[in-house]
Design a protein around this ligand. Structure first.
Ligand code: PEP
Length: 259
């Protein structure tokens, strides 16, 4: 059985000192659980100092992005190659990057490939906007995002990819609508069907699929109990140690109810 993955995306918040304080508080409140993987995604600047402070039995690190070239004249960028000693995961194709930085399907495909080439597991975000949902385009959008992003990977490589279903309308910084678990369940099974079409049933069963969008201590249990949901990508609530620890506790309770 897959471990439950709880990822905290700190976005462009917390300088090095504040990041260090949050790590310290999380460390006090979160116990290590064998079946839960807790991943922190600080800013690029805070990754290195945070990597020296975390208890590796409890926490792993993710970058929020990286550039697809390994090295070269690309002013301002950081490559997956530079991150490979620091992080286990990289968030790729977050809706804020697709929307604010115009990241294209092809660029996201190249980033996924670069992460895999550097032995970093991509957390590939997919999800439709409010308008696309209203137009009944969710299935097509998810299909296009997934098919392009995974197109340069082998079946073995796909096993290490994590997909985060993040409907844009449910992310707190956009519409922040609280999504209904039934709707999430439908899209997660759509995602697994897409992966099965591309790479077969085994890949579809093995791949981890997370949900993200306004996950809070109040909603976490319902989302984490969805069939086929392997965890959560948490934005806003991950900046608050009480809320983030409560989400990890909820994951623990859900796992223990199920066993
Ligand atoms: C996110 O940043 O990926 C996210 C889901 O944010 P929030 O939990 O704040 O909606």
């Amino acid at each position: 059985m897959n471990k439950t993955l709880i990822v905290g995306n700190w976005k462009m918040h917390l300088d090095v000192q504040a990041a260090s304080l949050l790590v310290h508080r999380l460390d006090k409140h979160i116990k290590p659980h064998r079946e839960i993987e807790v991943v922190l995604a600080p800013s690029m600047l805070a990754l290195q100092p945070v990597s020296l402070e975390i208890d590796r039995r409890k926490f792993r690190l993710a970058s929020q992005d990286a550039y697809y070239k390994d090295e070269g004249a690309f002013t301002g960028e950081v490559s997956f190659t530079m991150l490979r000693e620091l992080v286990h995961y990289s968030i790729i194709g977050h809706s804020e990057r697709r929307i604010y930085f115009n990241e294209s399907l092809d660029l996201i495909r190249d980033k996924v490939q670069a992460a895999v080439r550097n032995e970093i597991a991509p957390i590939l975000c997919v999800g439709e906007t409010k308008q696309e949902r209203a137009a009944g385009e969710t299935k097509r959008v998810i299909h296009d995002q997934l098919t392009t992003a995974l197109s340069n990977l082998t079946a073995d490589e796909v096993d290490n990819v994590v997909i985060a279903y993040e409907p844009v309308w449910a992310i707190s910084t956009f519409e922040g609508e609280v999504a209904k678990p039934d709707e999430i369940k439908r899209v997660i099974s759509l995602i697994r069907n897409n992966v099965a079409e591309l790479y077969g049933d085994q890949a579809s069963n093995n791949i981890r699929v997370l949900y993200g969008g306004s996950v809070s201590p109040d909603t976490a249990s319902a989302y984490l109990s969805i069939d086929g949901c392997d965890g959560a990508l948490v934005g806003g609530a991950s900046l608050n140690y009480k809320q983030f620890s409560a989400i990890v506790d909820a994951a623990y309770r859900v796992n223990h109810q199920e066993n």
